[in-house]
Structures are given as C-alpha cells and as structure tokens.
Design a protein around this ligand. Structure first.
Ligand code: SF4
Length: 169
C-alpha cells in the first residue's frame, strides 16, 4: 500500500529536522555559494527572479526543501498559510517576497540559490541548477525520503495543506 500524502509530508518535516540531513543540505548550499562566488554574478536586488510570471522564470523544489523552508520560516516568525500562497500565485510571485527582498533567506531552496539574471551567469546557472538538483535528490534517496519535485508554490500549497507545524507568524 502506498503512503498517504499526509504521512509523506510529515516525513519531510521530520527529515528536515534530522541533524545529518540538515548538514547535508547545508553542504549543498555551501557548494552552490562557492561556485557562484567564482562566477561573480551581480545581483542588483531587482526582485525579478521571484516575480515568476512577469519574468518567465519557474522555481522548482523537492518536498524536503519545501518542508525545510516552511519550518525554518515558521521558527523565525515568518510562517505562511495556504491563503498566502494563493495570493502569491495571483500576484505572480513568492509568498516570502517583500518588495524586492526575500524574507526566507535561511530557508530558501537550492533553486533560489543558483538563479541569477546577470547574463554572465547564463551558462553556469543551468549546470549548477542541475548539479544541485541531483545532490538534493540523492539526499532524498540516501535517507529513504520519498522524492517529489514540483513547482514551488504548488508544493508549498500541498505541504501547508497538510502541515503538522504551526505556520502562524
Ligand atoms: S524563497 Fe526568497 S528567493 Fe526564493 S522565490 Fe521566494 S522570495 Fe524569492
């Protein structure tokens, strides 16, 4: 019998709290930061990378990354609700975008960390995104965590709909 959606989502939250998994994800983030530093793209904090519809950008994340971001932001007092996600979909952006800034810096997934609109990063972004994607997938596989990968806000909507953590800010 397959796992229920609720138990899968709860397993993502539980996994995100395990020190070994948290450390493995942080290692991927560090690797991305070092690779980005070598390329040196400029970020003018335009916020365009988080206005998905207007800029033709799609953000994807795994279940573990989504649960991790929801939990970290909730613990920092920036929890969101399903209604916040629906509003962000209407606005064409991310529920954690505040003006031009990201308010989910610690929790944001690899897809946010590898993306730069600076043309100098044009070649490296897809390579880095693919490498980061494979690293995150292997964390799911190595730790027996069900792998689901999807569009950011749709994943947030599904995870928050079943969320066992408090998301009140
Ligand atoms: S988590 Fe932050 S960087 Fe990622 S899309 Fe949302 S606002 Fe943008």
């Amino acid at each position: 019998m397959s796992d229920s959606p609720s138990s899968v989502i709860q397993s993502w939250f539980a996994a995100a709290e395990r020190p070994a998994i948290a450390a493995a994800i942080e290692a991927v983030h560090l690797e991305i930061a070092e690779a980005i530093r070598e390329v040196g793209p400029i970020c003018l904090a335009s916020g365009n990378c988080c206005r998905f519809e207007a800029h033709g950008h799609r953000l994807y994340a795994s279940g573990l990354e989504v649960a991790r971001c929801v939990a970290i932001c909730a613990s920092e007092g920036r929890g969101i609700t399903v209604e916040d996600v629906a509003f962000a979909v209407e606005q064409g952006n991310c529920p954690w975008q505040d003006g031009r800034l990201c308010t989910a810096r610690a929790g944001r997934p690899t897809g946010c960390r590898v993306y730069f609109c600076d043309p100098r990063a044009g070649e490296v972004v897809p390579q880095l995104a693919e490498r980061a994607h494979q690293r995150i997938k292997s964390i799911h596989d190595q730790h027996g965590i069900k792998y689901v990968y999807g569009e950011w806000r749709m994943m947030l909507r599904d995870v928050l709909g079943e969320s066992p953590v408090s998301t009140n800010s």
